[in-house]
Design a protein around this ligand. Structure first.
Ligand code: ADP
Ligand code: ASP
Ligand code: MG
Length: 439
C-alpha cells in the first residue's frame, strides 16, 4: 500500500484535479490511500471568516463566505461534465456553505473556529470523490474524523489511529482507492481539531507510519526539496536524497515544503517519503529515507521566523547542578518548547517560538537571575555533514555570514546541523549569502 498526499495547489483548480487522474490511475493495481488538502486559498479564507466571526463582524463574515461560495460554484461547473455530477457537486457545496453561514447567530469560540477550518478538506475530498465517480473510477471516502486523533498534549494517538483506520479499511476488502482529509482530526475530548497549518503532510506521514506502507508520496507544486527557500533565494536546486534526520531538521526549522512534525512518524517506522511534482511528472523529486545520506556535503539551508531569545544571567547559580533542570521545568510548566540553547559560565540563552506564556515564564525565570528578552529573530538552519572530522565546513558557514550580526550559534548538538540566530531583518541576506558561498 502507498499513501499519496496532494497539497492545496495540486487540487487548486478543476484542471489540476484532472491532472491527478493519470497519477492515481498509474498506481491503480496497488491499494492506495489519497490524502487531500483543501483547495489552495480556502484555509486562508476560512481563517479570515473565523476571525470575522470571533470579532462579532457577522456581515463581514457573510461577505467573505459569499465570495468563497462563488469561487466554489464556478469550480464545480468546470469540474463536473454531467448533470448528475454537477448536482452532486452542488449538494456538497450547499451543505458546507450553509453550515458556514449557520454560525452567524451563535457564540463563536475556538471550538466553532476549528469546525470552520475543517470545511476546506471536507469540501475538497468530497468533491474529488464525486469527480472520480463521474469518471467511472471507484473510490471510498474515509472520514479522517473517524480515525485521526490527538491526545491532551496535542500529540497523535498512534494506537487509536492504527486500530480505527484498520477497522475502516477492512470494511472494503476489494477496493483499492481510498480518499481522506488531511489536516483535520479529533482531539482528546472528541471535538473537531486540526494538525496546524500545513498539517496534511503530517496526516499522510501518520497514516503511512501506522499502516507501515511501502512509501508516502507528497505531491506538491515544486520538483522536490530544494537546497534553500525558493521563495527568497534565486537558483535553488532540488536535492535527490535526504536522510530522515536531515529532512526533519529542515522541516522543523522552517522549510515550508513539509509540515514541521511530518517527518517524525515516517522516521519512527522507517517508511520512505518521496516528494514529487504534480506539474512535472518526470521530475525525480526527493527521496527521504533511512538509507539516504549526503556524506561530506552541506545539503540545504532553511529559516524559521518569529523567534524570541531569552538570556538568563546567573553568576551565582549556573554552575550549580540542577540549575538547567529548573530552568527547563519553567518552560515545561508552560508547555513551551525550546528550539536552540547555548550556555556560558554565567548565562544561558535559549529560543522559543511560542510566546503565549512569555510574561509568566519571565516572571518565574527572574528568580534565577536577571532576564533579557530579544524578539523578532530568525533561526537559520544549515544542514549537512558536520561530523567533527569534516574540517572547514563550519568555517565556510561563519565566513558567509561575517557581515551579519549573530545573536546565537548552535554547533555540535547533532552531527548534521549548525543553527544561527539572527535578527529577522537579516534573514534574507543570511540565506542568500550562505547560498552563494555554500552552493
Ligand atoms: P502544498 O500546498 O502542496 O502543501 P506548500 O505550499 O505547503 O505546498 O509547500 C510547497 C512550497 O514550499 C513550494 O512551492 C515552495 O515555495 C515552498 N518551499 C519553501 N522551502 C522550500 C524548499 N526548501 N524546497 C522546496 N520548496 C520550498
Ligand atoms: N489546508 C491546510 C492549510 O492550508 C492544511 C494543508 O494544506 O496541509 O494549512
Ligand atoms: Mg503544505
Amino acid at each position: 500500500m502507498k499513501v499519496l498526499k496532494f497539497g492545496g495547489t495540486s487540487v487548486g483548480s478543476p484542471e489540476r484535479m484532472e491532472q491527478l487522474l493519470p497519477i492515481i490511475k498509474s498506481q491503480a493495481s496497488d491499494k492506495h490511500l489519497v490524502v487531500l488538502s483543501a483547495v489552495s486559498g480556502t484555509t486562508n479564507a476560512l481563517v479570515n471568516i473565523s476571525e470575522q466571526y470571533a470579532k462579532g463582524d457577522k456581515e463581514g463574515a457573510k461577505e467573505s463566505i459569499d465570495k468563497l461560495f462563488a469561487t466554489y460554484k464556478t469550480f464545480i461547473k468546470q469540474l463536473f461534465k454531467t448533470e448528475d455530477g454537477l448536482q452532486a457537486g452542488e449538494e456538497v457545496i450547499n451543505h458546507h456553505f450553509s453550515l458556514l453561514e449557520g454560525f452567524s447567530n451563535d457564540l463563536f469560540t475556538s471550538m466553532e473556529e476549528r469546525i470552520v477550518l475543517a470545511q476546506g478538506e471536507l469540501l475538497s475530498t468530497t468533491l474529488f470523490h464525486f469527480y472520480l465517480k463521474e469518471k467511472g473510477i471507484s473510490s471510498v471516502l474515509l472520514a479522517a474524523l473517524d480515525f485521526m486523533r490527538i491526545d491532551e498534549e496535542q500529540e497523535p494517538n498512534l494506537e487509536y489511529i492504527k486500530s480505527q483506520l484498520e477497522v475502516e479499511l477492512a470494511k472494503y476488502p476489494k477496493e483499492t482507492l481510498f480518499i481522506t482529509q488531511g489536516y483535520i482530526c479529533r482531539n482528546a475530548f472528541g471535538e473537531i481539531d486540526n494538525l496546524r497549518r500545513g498539517g496534511s503532510d503530517y496526516t499522510a506521514s501518520l497514516i503511512g507510519a501506522v499502516l507501515q506502507v511501502e512509501e508516502v508520496q507528497i505531491w506538491t507544486d515544486i520538483d522536490g526539496f530544494h537546497n534553500n527557500d525558493p521563495r527568497f533565494v534565486p537558483n535553488t536546486k532540488p536535492i535527490a536524497e535526504l536522510s530522515f534526520e536531515e529532512a526533519a531538521e529542515l522541516a522543523y526549522f522552517g522549510a515550508k515544503i513539509l509540515h514541521p512534525q511530518s517527518v517524525f512518524p515516517a522516521q519512527r517506522f522507517n517508511v520512505p517519503v518521496r516528494l514529487l511534482d504534480t506539474m512535472d511528472l518526470k521530475a525525480p523529486g526527493t527521496l527521504i529515507s533511512g538509507n539516504s545520506q549526503n556524506d561530506d556535503q552541506i545539503v540545504a539551508i532553511a529559516a524559521k521566523d518569529g523567534i524570541t531569545a531569552i538570556r538568563i544571567n546567573s553568576s551565582r547559580m549556573l554552575l550549580a547542578y540542577g540549575f538547567l533542570r529548573r530552568v527547563f521545568e519553567v518552560f515545561e510548566r508552560y508547555k513551551t518548547p525550546i528550539d536552540m540553547i547555548t550556555t556560558s559560565e554565567v548565562a544561558v540563552s535559549l529560543t522559543i517560538d511560542q510566546t503565549q506564556y512569555l510574561d509568566e515564564i519571565i516572571t518565574e525565570l527572574n528568580y534565577f537571575g536577571s532576564v533579557e528578552v530579544d524578539s523578532d529573530l530568525a533561526i537559520i538552519c544549515i544542514v549537512g555533514d558536520f561530523r567533527n572530522n569534516k574540517l572547514g565546513h563550519a568555517t565556510i558557514v561563519s565566513e558567509a555570514v561575517k557581515h551579519i550580526p549573530i545573536r546565537m550559534i548552535s554547533y555540535g548538538g547533532s552531527e548534521h546541523n549548525i543553527s544561527l540566530l539572527v535578527p529577522a531583518k537579516h534573514k534574507l541576506e543570511a540565506l542568500r549569502s550562505l547560498h552563494n558561498r555554500l552552493f
